[in-house]
Design a protein around this ligand. Structure first.
Ligand SMILES: C[S@@+](CC[C@H](N)C(=O)[O-])C[C@H]1O[C@@H](n2cnc3c(N)ncnc32)[C@H](O)[C@@H]1O
Length: 217
């Protein structure tokens, strides 16, 4: 386990939250329930990143979304709320407790019908999903990020967005001697930088968010 460094000055983070429009009541409830019931509630992306995801869905006009790593459903719901009525979101989760909680949360929302949760290991479920997607959110196990990148890029349409969470890994990527997850994430950041098929921006938002746009196959 690496020491979890706070990357954004807490006062700045609070100010940014205060001046960002709040999430929906249901997303707020998902965050509260997760906080009360689960030990690893900090896995949830939260208000700023949730609003960023929703904004990216809206401005890109995405209709088909794929997510790896549902947890309790916060990011899936945030994006589903921004989809048009005929939009769809497939989200993959391997933990039964989390997936059951997420299903309960989706059922509370009028946007839950847009969401299909596929239970299982991402690498086993991915071959069963039908391409192509307009937007993909990668937020599952960090050790496999470089492998996921190569699996996901063919599933993304040209012009589509791949959003990758935790690409700063609480400062772990900055260290000379990196733990396994930091090394894997750093490797992905290097792959993206040199990949001519994409353009990208690495935003120091929360724990680091990569926004990658596919330019060609
Ligand atoms: C950081 S959390 C996702 C948070 C969620 N996207 C949100 O913002 O609310 C990562 C999730 O990925 C799941 N996960 C980890 N490895 C996985 C795998 N190989 N296949 C599917 N899900 C996986 C974990 O169980 C966990 O719920």
């Amino acid at each position: 386990m690496i020491e979890k460094k706070v990357l954004i000055d807490p006062d700045t983070a609070n100010y940014a939250e205060q001046f960002t429009k709040p999430e929906s009541e249901i997303c707020r409830k998902v965050a509260d329930v997760t906080d009360k019931e689960l030990q690893y509630a900090d896995m949830l992306s939260g208000r700023i990143e949730g609003r960023l995801l929703a904004m990216l869905v809206a401005i890109s006009g995405a209709k088909r979304i794929l997510e790896l790593g549902t947890f309790t459903g916060y990011s899936a719901l945030s994006m589903a709320e921004a989809l048009p009525e005929d939009g769809e979101l497939i989200t993959i989760e391997m933990n039964s407790r989390y997936s059951e909680m997420a299903e309960r949360h989706f059922a509370l929302s009028e946007h839950g019908e847009k969401i299909t949760l596929k239970f299982g290991l991402a690498k086993e479920v991915l071959p069963t999903v039908k391409a192509k997607f307009d937007l993909i959110f990668l937020d599952a196990n960090k050790d496999d990020y470089p492998e996921y990148y190569e699996l996901l890029l063919p599933l993304l349409r040209t012009g589509g967005l791949l959003i990758v969470d935790n690409v700063l890994w609480y400062g772990g990527v900055l260290k000379d001697v990196k733990d396994r997850k930091s090394e894997s994430i750093h490797q992905l950041n290097r792959i993206i930088l040199s990949d001519k098929r994409v353009e990208n921006v690495l935003l120091p938002v929360r724990d680091g968010v990569q926004i990658v746009r596919k330019l060609s196959d």
